[in-house]
Each structure stands twice: as C-alpha cells, then as structure tokens.
Design a protein around this ligand. Sequence first.
Ligand SMILES: *Cc1c(COP(=O)(O)O)cnc(C)c1O
Length: 376
Amino acid sequence: MRVSESAPPTLPLRPDLRGVHPYGAPQLDVPVLLNVNENPYAPTPDVVADIATAVAEAATGLNRYPDRDFPALRADLAAYLAAESGAVGLAEANLWAANGSNEVMLHVLQAFGGPGRTALSFAPTYSMYPEYARDTFTGWFTGRREADFTLDPEHARATIARHRPSVIFLASPNNPTGTALPLSTVEAVLDAARGVGPDGADAVVVVDEAYAEFRREGTSSALALLPDNPHLAVTRTMSKAFALAGARVGYLAAAPALVDALRVVRLPYHLSAVTQAVARAALRHAPSLLAQVAALRAERDATVAWLRERNLRVPDSDANFALFGVFDDRTAVWQGLLDRGVLIRATGPDGWLRVSIGTPGEMAAFRAALEEVLGW
Ligand SMILES: *Cc1c(COP(=O)(O)O)cnc(C)c1O
C-alpha cells in the first residue's frame, strides 16, 4: 500500500512525500539471513550477562532523564577508537553518538544542510543518504564511481567544484560494493571541500566507516586525517562489527566545534539511559568481539575467492559482505536462493547481488543454493 493511498486527502502530507514508501529491506522469516550485513554471531553469554547487569543498574534511575551529553560513553568510544585505529588525541569532546549512525548523519545534515544547501555523494553508494537530504530539505546530487567502484579524485574535485555542497558523504568501505577509499582520495576530497560551502565555509566531509573493523590489512581509517581537518567527520556504528544492531548505537569522531554543532540539533535526551548502559557494557568486550571480526574477515575473503573461481565478478571487499554479478536477471537468482531458504539482497547497479558474510554453516548453505540456482 502506498502512503498516498492510505493517507486521507484531509491530511496535509508534504507533496514530496506523496507515494513514497518507507525504506527497508524485506524482513522475511527464512533459515539463512544474509541480507542486511548483520553480524551473524549473537552476543555470547558473558556479554549478555554484562549487558543485563548494566541495564538493571540503569533501571534503578529510570525515573530521571538520562545524561544529555553522555560523557562516559563518549570517553569510552574515544578510547575504543584509539585502540582500534591508533587514532591519537581523541577525547570525549571529539565524540558524538545517537541511535545508530543513521541518526548521527541526520544530525550532520540538520546542522550543516537545509533549504538552499546541497549534499553530495558518489554512486553507487548507501541508499539512505538521499533520505537524510530529503528529510532536512537539503538538495541532493551524486557524482559517479568508476566501473570498478573506485572514486576518481579528479572527478570528485570537479563535481565538488560544480555543486559547491555543504556536506559530502563518502562511504568507506562503501555499501553495497565493499570498496574502501585510499587515504589519498579522502585527502583529495577534503582538499576540494575547502571553501566551497555557503559563504566560503569548508564543506563537511563525512567518511561513513560503518564497516571499518572489517577492512583488510593495510587499509587505513580516515580517523588518521582528523588532526589536520576540522571539516572531517568519521562515523562508525556498533551495528555491524559489534554485533549490536538491535541496540541502535552509532557514533562520530570530529573536531569539538563540529560536535558542538550537532549538540544543538539533537532532540533532548535522544540517547536513552538504557542505550548508554548497553553500549558501555558491550565496549568492555571489544577485544573478544574483534576476535570474532577476524573470523568473519577470513570467511569474507574465502567467499570472494570462491565466487571469483566461478568466473563471477566481485569487487575487492573491505566489509562484511560481497557484491557479485553480473546477472542478466538478478531477480531470478535472488528468488532462486530465497526458494532454498537463503535471503540475500538485490541492491547496487543492475545485475549485481550482495551477500552478507554469515557463519561457516550459513555460507555453505549459500554456496550450495547458488550452485543449484546457477546449474553448476
Ligand atoms: C549499516 C550501515 C550503517 C549503520 O547504520 P546504523 O544506523 O548505525 O545501524 C551506516 N552506513 C552504512 C553505509 C551502512 O551500511
């Protein structure tokens, strides 16, 4: 049912929302779920116990509003990033968090986008970015990625100069392609962003590192560029590597002045005391969770190799999924897998499919189903 059909004509629905569907991949009840890049491993009993204790403690104070600025969680996140990426000089004032990095990025557009301004990214990329733009009345433009899904720094420069955006989104590793950007490309974009914004301001460059923990050896995080770039924001999430998608915790690292602008637009008490407690408890288990990420990375590399051996095209992946193709009728392949109990995602350019990396058992089920569907 379309929203426009369900909304009585007496409701003053915004004209640009008429006929628009709510975003989201199908949530189907099948045995093998490899469609939304979740971590396949449920929290272990010791993590569950720690979270339960932290939530019980938070519950004793739930008659009060939570700390609006959550300094303890922000300090924990800063310490985590320093340990994970070797990022130096990060403190509580550099960190911001919200209910998923989706909300963090919405905060960025609420603060730096708006009517008469534009945001820019390079397609194919994450399909939520244009929705944040729409919801904040920010204009939206996309440049292109190359045939191998890398970003050409010269094209990026020219596109930024032409559109003069206030905000630029770079997903690295990119969803749905898995492509990580070299730091030299991010630096070229940061350079091109200087002075192009409203009244000669620098455009804010958001490097969306939702999948950063899955990057291959030798791939760097844009966190290293923070000290020299007050217009850079690096977003991360606990939804993927941390196996905490259900808790809704995303965060960002940036210069304190950028973070302060986000504090203006957030709703009061947007991060519940329960969410803060859950996130802090999970962060205490970062080392064991990251050990699991290493296993997922190995499974990812094996999946990419297996698909390539069968003459499918697979861009290099620094994420917990692989894009593969190219199929004349991707819907038929997607449906064939679903008929065998394996749900993946038909996303990205026409002809491509994306599979999230699951447990060894789930990946074996995926391979067996794909062999049948393709008649190998
Ligand atoms: C999954 C994902 C996110 C994370 O979203 P959350 O709101 O933190 O769950 C952000 N960016 C990209 C590109 C993603 O694929």
